[in-house]
Design a binder for this molecule. Sequence first.
Ligand code: ADP
Length: 702
Amino acid sequence: MNGASVHTTLRLLVVLIALPAFCNLGIPPARADVRTVTVGVYEDAPKIFTSESGKPSGIFIDIIAQIAHQEGWALRYVHGTWAQGLDRLAKGEIDLMPDVAYTPEREELYAFHKVPVLSVWSQVYARKGSGIQSILDLNGKRVAVLEKTIQFETFTRLANGFELKITLVPVPDYSTEFRMVADGKADAGITNRFYGLMNARKFGLEDTPVMFDPAPFFFAAPKNASRDLLDIIDRHLAEMKKDPRSAYYAALKRWTSEEVQFKLPPWLVYLGLVVGVVLVMSLAGSLVLKRKVTARTRELNRINDDLRAGEQRYRHLFEHNPAPMLIYQRGSLEMLAVNDAFVNHYGYSREEALKLILTDLYPDDEKEKIATVAAGLKGHAYVGEWHHRKADGTIITIMVRSHDIDYWGHNARIAVISDVTEMKRMEADLRQANETLDQKVHERTVALEQKNDELAGANEKLKEMDRLKSMFIASMSHELRTPLNSVIGYSSIIMNEWLGPVVPEQREKLAIVLRAGKHLLSLINDVIDVSKIEAGQLDVYVEEFDLFDLVADAVHQLEPDMRSKGLAFAVDNVHAQLRTDRRRLLQALLNVLSNAMKYTVEGSVHLSARLDGRWAEIAVCDTGIGIDEQEADKIFKPFVRIESPLRGTVPGTGLGLYLTHKLVGEILNGTIFFTNNTGQGTTFTIRVPADVGSAVYTGRKQ
Ligand code: ADP
């Protein structure tokens, strides 16, 4: 049955419902006391509505107007919405509300007459081409429904019955409803079939095959109103329905364009109704079923496609997985499938591989164990380390993960085989290297400790030897100095002609012997002093003396040489009581003073002594060759002589400042330092405590 024939059938049904004949009773109106009947009007064309000229119109209006005319009533219309009308009726503000469907709930609130004015179906309307073929198509859609209507309740029940999720949009009147559907604010709207017939096309809407709940419609009166009004309506309706030419059928024809040409007996009406309902239901049912079947078929096809795609995806994953994989039959352990990576890695052809059983892959000593383990594996993922034999006999170490699968109906197990041979070898190498490293570290530590011991021993020996050397030199001083003193003494006596005249050449040679002897003596003296200090055997003599005298002594010793060299010699002296080793302080001062003289070609030497708090300070300032800044840190080192034009002519050993530094620092507890003068030359400063005090050198190196 197609949409058009359904349409026709339904139209017929409406006609069938309304067919009972009536006859005109022709009761004269009671003109004496005109009764005013107030009737609610709302917009539900064609049943009841306001015409363009503002007049109440429609089927219900025509019928009540006919009855009023016959009864001699004056009708007063009260316009409003459906809900307002019902409200007014409940409050007794109007006498009649047309077009009210009967329900037991409403009977609690209002009074109804007995002969239905109309039996009306509810129908779903939607925009043209909506594709809504059954109530199932309304799932997830917004459906506009007149608020406070039977339709609302029935449709809600219907939707719930199908477990549909439909958003119901309540609307105050049908035109609003159709406007909303037309504007797309709702997907469908429910009206009674009369309204739909008349208005759907105007809104560009069309009826759908979804029809439900034929309901009888009446005039309703306030609950407590007197029954006579309703009885009169019933009587007129019964009469009118019997007569096809009555105002009743004229009204139906006028507002629905339905042709009513014949009359059927009531039993046929009911039979028709029943047949119609069954037809509609079976039609709706078959539509629903057909839709369901189509949807289910589509769903099945989709699932099938998905399955096929999924299967292909998994097959691809298996076949082209970079890790070797195999599937074996549980129980028999027969190989069911291997992937490309397996074939490549193991060197078996696919045919060969599929002839194997799982244990064939294992070396002899693991075959029994793997058979037992495999028999016990069930479901859960298994991870283990084993060995496999490749086709060429190579044994590899593998890490395997496996779990159960259903492989084309086989109770199987899939295993992913990684080759960890290389990793294992590296692990072993690493372990070996670690052990070797530990061993090596241990050996080196022992060797180092031995070396340390040896070094400590050697150090001790060295110290001992150093001490012995110093002791040797110290003890040799007497032996060396005695003959040297003889050489110096006698050459001096002979040169001074105390033993008789010497010729000039002899004097010259004797002078050389004397100079060389003095040089050697000073060298020996310095070496001996250094050795004694280093051996901790230099004896210290602390005494009280005047700084002035000490400086005068030094000046006295060197002034003649200064003069003969033509150097100006100035002295600032000061009286200050000192308590320290006088001899060693003098030795230090003489050394510095003689250097000033040696390394100054012309100009002056200025000696100044002063007391600075608890320090005695003696500075020797010359106008000599100065000391190169870069060589500065060397001059206190032993046997260092700085390169200069004077080096060849000026006698020296390079030991003088080394010894002086040690004497001042270690014997006198002071410091010696130098600065180059702004103009020319150098200033050496010796700074020692005025009282060497308790810090006195004990004769041993600290
Ligand atoms: P030397 O026996 O050579 O004088 P010293 O130990 O006394 O040895 O001095 C080390 C070096 O320091 C000298 O060779 C010299 O180059 C430099 N020197 C020492 N005093 C002076 C000075 N007053 N002026 C310039 N150079 C000096």
